[in-house]
Write a protein that binds this ligand. Sequence first.
Ligand SMILES: [Ca+2]
Ligand SMILES: [Ca+2]
Ligand SMILES: [Ca+2]
Ligand SMILES: [Ca+2]
Length: 625
Amino acid sequence: MAEVHSVSAKGLQASWPGIWINWWRLPLSCWATAGAGHLKKKQVRMRKRILSRFGAFGLAAILLGCWVAKAQNGSSASVNEHRATAEQAGRFVDVTTASGIHFEGQAYHTAKKYLIETMGSGVALFDYDNDGRLDIFFANGAPLSDPTAPGTIPQKAGPKDWNRLYHQKEDGTFEDVTEKAGLAGAGYDMGVAVGDYDNDGYEDLYVTGYGGNHLYHNDGHGKFADVTEASGTGGSGWSTSAAWVDLDNDGRLDLVVLRYLKWDFSDLWCGEHREGHRAYCHPDLFQPIVPLVYHNDGNGHFTEVGAKIGLDKPGKGLGIAIADYDRDGHTDIFVANDSMLEFLYHNKGNGTFEELGLAAGVAVDADGRTYAGMGVDFSDYNNDSLPDLIITDLANQKYALYQNGGDGTFTYSSYTSGVAGATLLHSGWGVDFLDYDNDGWKDLIVAQGHDIDNIQLDYPQLRYKEPMLLIHNDGKRLVDVSGISGDVFHEAWVGRGLAAGDIWNDGRVDVVVTTNGGPSYVLRNETRTRNHWLGIKLVGHKSNRDGIGAEIKLTTSKGTQFVTVSTAGSYLSANDKRAHFGLGSDAAAQSVEIRWPSGTVQTLKNVGGDRVLVVDEPATSQGTK
Ligand SMILES: [Ca+2]
Ligand SMILES: [Ca+2]
Ligand SMILES: [Ca+2]
Ligand SMILES: [Ca+2]
């Protein structure tokens, strides 16, 4: 660890895969541009420097940059030929201030460029007081001294470092209830997971961080008790995203907590040894670490069982999502790892797991390369009732879309779907497949921004601050509609966490986005559409009360949609647990089939839309067979 790295080469190494993959895609005109003298002197100097230092690799890097720049200008036909049409436009409006939200995430920037400074923190959308209105929780950092001694566990110093809980009032605005709720927190916090682990009807919170995590039990009267010690869920190391999921189907939610790296505040120099060029270190410099897996014993106590049940491969976990991808009735787990193989944990059904990412075709991209997996969603985007995967990563890597083939394997579909062209230049974190226009096809929204704050020095075409991305799904193609979907998609933020949910119960799914060391944003979905919708809130009885892991198939005249009930996914964040469906022009769903985690199957017929339906788990299977 004491070794000092000069990492200008390392930084380039991070993008070698992109170069190897893409050199042959360069249009010939790019050669012409490279030598045509259109470049500014500074760019020419930089290219010469790269050429002399890195030879053929440098040339390839320059050509890639040239190609990327052309793609950015929309002049490369090979990237994304499909242009957005006006009827596909979404409309998301920044209503943060009007909502009464004024949260500023704290990320202290030191001269040492500690990696933790740039990893952001998450947000949760959940209804903690069961008044039917979604509330918002933000995780927050803590001050770092410059330098910080290795072994230090940073602690919050005052109110600006606090985590925050905002309660939604009857008029749709929010009030800060952090102190009353007892949720200010203590350390350098990162992620949040929402689940009613004791099945008492009130959502509980798990907050992850650096040097220890916290479990907060919701007492049902607006207060949360820190039950970390009694529950045995404190953990250690650098925890990131976590998921509540009933691993062994005993009706109680268990907890899977990812950890990022074996990391402390050691003084490592990465980037060039020049003023202003020091950079955050690449994850390759640190060792992977096993996740923490807590089995819910049912008496308020949890037991760590990762090794016992095979959920214990060392990884560099940043994102987690759940779905039963192979349709065997048992919920599986995907882990987005940073710059190594991605993991797919198959649930063997006897309470144990096997990691099958490579065999299933989701460990690497189409060229066999790893990428910087950060956020993930495990959703059926093409309406074939098989959950697919989208994983966000860094610029020059393209977000990874894997289409589920139904035979236990997936096909890398970033190129054929249009995702590659829309995301090549971007760095994504929080991500969600949400149907913003209620046409029955899940669209894609991503919080974006690079992890390296001075990335532009070495890669002039890349940006630390980036606008968000909105992609429309028409059932055949995924098309970038960011440019026509509102001012928020033209504002550059250092996006990190993202939580989705219908905040005002108006049938339009909204999002809340966090930025690294900056404000968070409440983005109200005001998409103009007459399409109908249906929200479904499950209440489990034999199954876990949240119904997490339940699958809902909804059929309209246009076909069937499939949703796995979950609060996990995205990056460091927790989504509204209610399932949301766009019904298109149909005012009602022909049928809604719910497969509960207990195995009970329930079918509802002719379900009227434009409302949130609460469905209780029946004692036995009912409806059609
Ligand atoms: Ca509420
Ligand atoms: Ca509870
Ligand atoms: Ca399964
Ligand atoms: Ca849609």
